[in-house]
Write a protein that binds this ligand. Structure first.
Ligand code: MTE
Ligand code: MO
Length: 258
């Protein structure tokens, strides 16, 4: 196929993907807070366009039930070591809330039931950890784009930052809180979901209960577990070590494409 045809197909695919998450809904800023408007207004349009064109196929590979790994190991934190988390777990996360704030029109505070009422997506994908292991799992959750759309993005919005419940390590400044971030291309990608179920069961504690990110075109460390808060920012330079994630602050790449 010619390069031009391939590009056309990719662009058409991108437009379909954007349309599929219903970007025309409510409009807090009176000029459309959907991702298309954000993208159209961004000075960095060419960068976004390149990300779309060079992405070498828009979707991560999906597998079948027969491919599911019999064992999916847990990595990093297996249970956040805090009284707050212990209390949340005790009441089966009835009092847990996901905060969505930052550069949004409406700050959100969502219960697990609120998230489960939104349209769900299930996908069977392969998780690749930089430590050299992979596993195939089935994830169910709400597309991140739907949640961001409900909050309404401000025109300056560029990244979604995921603040987690666990301290993986006490670093020099006393904070080893896990966090991650993605740009709006990945945030609105159809396979980017906030997962509350794994292999058909409520998300287990060692895999990030009650809610974790799945951003399927990137490596394991981007898949933030124990997500408590999503902060929309125009820059993550002022957050923790300034590199956009716990492992990024310790030298890993911010864009961990597979
Ligand atoms: N909050 C939090 N998220 C995290 C981690 C962590 O330690 N804490 N580890 C990361 C790494 S390196 C990997 S490989 C995956 C592991 O996910 P799993 O425990 O479900 O296998 O979670 C990622 N997300
Ligand atoms: Mo990992």
């Amino acid at each position: 196929m010619s390069a031009i045809l391939t590009r056309r197909r990719l662009l058409a695919g991108a437009a379909l993907a954007a349309g599929g998450i219903g970007l025309a809904a409510c409009d807090p800023f009176g000029q459309g807070a959907g991702v298309t408007d954000v993208l159209a207004r961004a000075e960095t349009l060419t960068i976004w366009a390149q990300r779309l064109l060079l992405s070498n196929g828009a979707l991560a590979r999906e597998f079948t039930e027969a491919d599911l790994s019999p064992v999916f190991r847990s990595n990093g934190t297996a249970k956040p070591d805090s009284e707050d988390y212990a209390r949340l777990l005790e009441t089966k996360f009835a009092d847990w809330r996901l905060t969505v704030d930052g550069l949004v029109a409406r700050k959100l505070s969502l219960s697990l039931d609120d998230l489960k009422k939104l349209p769900a997506r299930t996908q069977i994908t392969r998780h690749d950890c930089v430590e050299g292991w992979s596993a195939i799992g089935k994830w169910t959750g709400v597309p991140l784009g739907l949640v961001l759309q409900a909050a309404g993005l401000a025109p300056q919005a560029r990244y979604a930052v995921f603040h987690c419940a666990d301290d993986l390590e006490q670093s020099l400044d006393g904070s080893g809180r896990y966090y991650e971030s993605v740009d709006l291309i990945d945030a609105f990608h159809p396979q980017t979901i906030l997962a509350y179920a794994m292999n058909g069961q409520p998300l287990p504690v060692d895999h990030g209960a009650p809610l974790r990110l799945r951003v399927e075109r990137q490596l394991g460390y981007k898949q933030a577990k124990y997500v408590m808060r999503i902060e929309i920012v125009d820059s993550f330079a002022a957050i923790a070590g300034g590199k956009g994630g716990f492992w990024e602050d310790r030298g890993y790449e911010w864009y961990a494409g597979i």
